[in-house]
Design a protein around this ligand. Structure first.
Ligand SMILES: C[S@@+](CC[C@H](N)C(=O)[O-])C[C@H]1O[C@@H](n2cnc3c(N)ncnc32)[C@H](O)[C@@H]1O
Length: 226
């Protein structure tokens, strides 16, 4: 393992805003943060927004800058990636940012019923040929329904036409309300939304910057769960 990675893992251990539960801790049902993220991590009540597969946490940190009155938690399995967002949040003194290092399959062990308000899925792996593993599969939608408040919102931003179309199909099949959708975020959507929404859509993740440099088109859909 690279020295860089090891030093990032070591620094993560010093961060109060990075939570790294063990498998046993999660499976035994005694995970202290479950149902208590606002109280234990953020030390205040506020809407809780999750970014799943957050990587370096560009959305988590970017949204936290824009909305100081909301709490943002990035979730990813890779500690060295989470470190990037955690370090930036610390350097900027953002107290409404946290990170959880875990596998997304453990969501129900990490969050209580109706604990979260919104979920962001940013450039998630399209899982070609493995529809069950997609973060908008029926399995994941059922999990989101458990952990989101009634009226909770899911955002998908992706370069993958496959994941975008698949998500629209799932939305239709589950009769979920679509609040916004666009097959081309920068040529279409940002041109017709408010400046506040533009600022949100203009946050660019690490992967998004790579895909934009390759000339790929970015898709977005925001939908509700009930
Ligand atoms: C394509 S990257 C996108 C990262 C970031 N959202 C971005 O746009 O730059 C997908 C991310 O999902 C994470 N990931 C993949 N499978 C995961 C899993 N089962 N549980 C948690 N994170 C996972 C990876 O570690 C990676 O950071």
């Amino acid at each position: 393992m690279g020295k860089n990675k090891l030093s990032r893992f070591a620094e993560n251990l010093t961060f109060d805003h990075v939570v790294q539960p063990t498998f046993t801790e999660l499976m035994q049902g005694g995970f202290l943060f479950k149902g208590k993220w606002n109280a234990r991590l953020f030390k205040r009540e506020a809407p809780l927004v999750l970014e799943l597969g957050c990587g370096g946490g560009e959305y988590t940190v970017g949204l936290a800058r824009l909305n100081p009155h909301r709490n943002y938690l990035g979730v990813d399995i890779k500690g060295a990636r989470i470190w990037r967002g955690a370090r930036t949040a610390k350097e900027e003194g953002l107290t409404n940012v946290g990170f959880l290092r875990t596998h997304v399959d453990h969501l129900l062990h990490c969050f209580g019923p109706r604990e979260a308000d919104e979920i962001w899925l940013t450039f998630s792996d399209p899982q070609i040929g493995k529809a069950r593993k997609r973060l908008t599969s029926p399995l994941f939608l059922a999990r989101y329904k458990e952990i989101l408040k009634p009226g909770g919102i899911i955002h998908l931003k992706t370069d993958s036409p496959l994941l975008y179309e698949y998500t629209l199909e799932q939305i239709a099949e589950h009769k979920l309300p679509v609040h916004e959708q666009s097959a081309n975020v920068y040529a279409d959507l940002v041109q017709r939304v408010s400046p506040t929404e533009q600022a949100v859509l203009n946050i660019r993740t690490y992967y998004e910057q790579m895909w934009l440099a390759e000339g790929r088109t970015i898709h977005y859909v925001r939908f509700g769960i009930h």
